[in-house]
Design a protein around this ligand. Structure first.
Ligand SMILES: C[C@](O)(CO)[C@H](O)COP(=O)(O)OP(=O)(O)OC[C@H]1O[C@@H](n2ccc(N)nc2=O)[C@H](O)[C@@H]1O
Ligand SMILES: Nc1ncnc2c1ncn2[C@@H]1O[C@H](COP(=O)(O)OP(=O)(O)OP(=O)(O)O)[C@@H](O)[C@H]1O
Length: 289
């Protein structure tokens, strides 16, 4: 049997860090939303016990380091599955970009294997398992728009933002999330207004959403990689309504309300950056059904 799952990327509209926890992780408070930029994960049942990863992207590991492999291993061990699976990942989401590409592949693998192996698990149960793989996996199991707290795995669904376009530009550097958190100086950060962002999303106030975009990890990555600031400047110059780095970066996203302006921002950025995308926000909860 063959199962196909879409694995969409996320962006963080607001990302705050409250404190460092005793387990070494940081307590976060952030708004995540799904965008229409997705990998494709294809699962094929294998009669033996093997978990096989196929990916033609040289930056994506094809062994136990792959988060999709870890998702399959977790379900196989936890539910004592005596079968194997071939997991073929077609990447569109840039790697190590701050867009949760690997996490979304893992989440898609959890959803797909739940169907392939007829495990009958709920999305809540899959999200709980996902948290064992990585902090962003729980959100990716559901997709949509959510307030994420804890280390990112405590998910409260919220309304989708109003319709708009997202232009993404990924500089040719990969960023280590662990390094960015390690270099964050909690004493000097300016906290974004996460509650205000939730309210603005609920009221569908596009201008307020633009005004309140904020990410405390942005300055850390900007200090490590000044080219990210350059891309931010270019994106503003070409007319994006608001610009922010996603997650730990280095991808920069710009919000654009009207399609007429979208092409100018997209084409302008293509002169500076190899990986540029123009996509819709997909903040509705049932997008993965
Ligand atoms: C930056 C974000 O992408 C925003 O959505 C996430 O907070 C990171 O999520 P992720 O990549 O799934 O992170 P994980 O794979 O769980 O952790 C990678 C590393 O980032 C650091 N980390 C991650 C999440 C968190 N709340 N606090 C942390 O300090 C830890 O050093 C951890 O070893
Ligand atoms: N399925 C996968 N796709 C991409 N990278 C993966 C995958 N599995 C493991 N990795 C490894 O994870 C690292 C981070 O890649 P990923 O694309 O998930 O980062 P990210 O978008 O910054 O994630 P996040 O936003 O959750 O921090 C890569 O350098 C790669 O070695």
């Amino acid at each position: 049997m063959r199962i196909l799952e879409k694995a969409p990327a996320k962006i963080n509209l607001s990302l705050d860090v409250l404190h460092k926890r005793y387990d070494g992780y940081h307590e976060v408070k952030m708004i995540m939303t799904t965008i229409d930029l997705a990998d494709r994960v294809e699962l094929i049942d294998l009669p033996n016990e093997q978990i096989r990863i196929i990916s033609h992207n040289r930056f994506v590991p094809d062994d136990h380091r792959n988060l999709a492999y870890q998702a399959a291993r977790l379900l196989k061990d936890r539910y004592e599955i005596k079968r194997g699976v071939s997991i073929s990942i077609t990447k569109t989401i840039p790697v190590a970009a701050g867009l949760a590409g690997g996490s979304s592949d893992a989440a898609a693998t959890l959803r797909g294997l739940n169907r392939l192996w007829k495990l009958g698990l709920s999305l809540d149960e899959l999200a709980e398992l996902g948290a064992e793989i990585g902090s962003d996996v729980s959100f990716c199991v559901y997709g949509g728009t959510a307030l994420a707290t804890g280390r990112g795995e405590v998910i409260q669904h919220i309304d989708p933002p109003p319709h708009c376009w997202v232009v993404l530009a990924k500089p040719t550097i990969g960023v280590s999330t662990a390094d960015v958190y390690r270099n964050l100086d909690l004493k000097t950060i300016e906290h974004p207004d996460v509650n205000g962002m939730i309210q603005a999303i609920q009221l569908k106030e596009y201008e307020t959403i633009c005004h309140l975009l904020g990410n405390v990890l942005e300055n850390v990555t900007l200090r490590m990689y000044p080219e990210v600031a350059n891309i931010k400047d270019q994106m503003k110059r070409f007319g994006a309504d608001a610009v922010l780095m996603s997650g730990s970066g280095p991808t920069v996203f710009g919000l654009v309300q009207y399609e007429s302006k979208l092409h100018r921002v997209y084409n302008g950025l293509r002169g500076f950056c190899d990986q540029v995308f123009a996509v819709r926000m997909l903040g509705e909860r049932n997008i993965l059904d």
